[in-house]
Design a protein around this ligand. Structure first.
Ligand code: FES
Length: 93
C-alpha cells in the first residue's frame, strides 16, 4: 500500500497487546519527546519503531513532564490514560 493510501485508510483498527502489564522505564529526562507505540507491534516497547505502518494506528507523541526515577508506561495498549499504565491490562481477556 502506498504511503498516501495508508493515510486515507480510516478503517477502525484495534491494537495488539504487547504485554499484559506496564513497561517500567527509568532515567527519562524532563522535556524529552518520545513516541509511544499505540499499535502494540513495536519490538522496542513501549516506544514506536515504525511497525505500525499499514495498521491505520499512529504513535502518540509524549513529552516527559518531569524527571522521576521511573514511569510505568502502558504496554497492553488499552490504557485510558496513554501513555501511562492505568491497570486496564488486568481486565483484558
Ligand atoms: S510501532 Fe506501534 S505505533 Fe509505531
Amino acid at each position: 500500500m502506498a504511503e498516501n493510501e495508508e493515510e486515507k485508510d480510516t478503517t477502525k483498527k484495534y491494537p495488539a497487546v504487547a504485554l499484559y502489564g506496564p513497561c517500567t522505564v527509568k532515567n527519562l529526562r524532563e522535556g524529552d519527546t518520545k513516541l509511544w507505540c499505540a499499535c502494540g507491534l513495536s519490538k522496542s516497547q513501549p516506544w514506536c519503531d515504525g511497525s505500525h505502518k499499514g495498521t491505520g494506528i499512529k504513535p502518540l507523541k509524549w513529552t516527559v513532564p518531569k524527571a522521576q526515577s521511573l514511569y510505568q508506561i502502558c504496554a497492553c495498549k488499552y490504557t485510558r490514560d496513554p501513555p501511562y499504565c492505568d491497570a486496564t491490562h488486568t481486565n483484558l481477556p
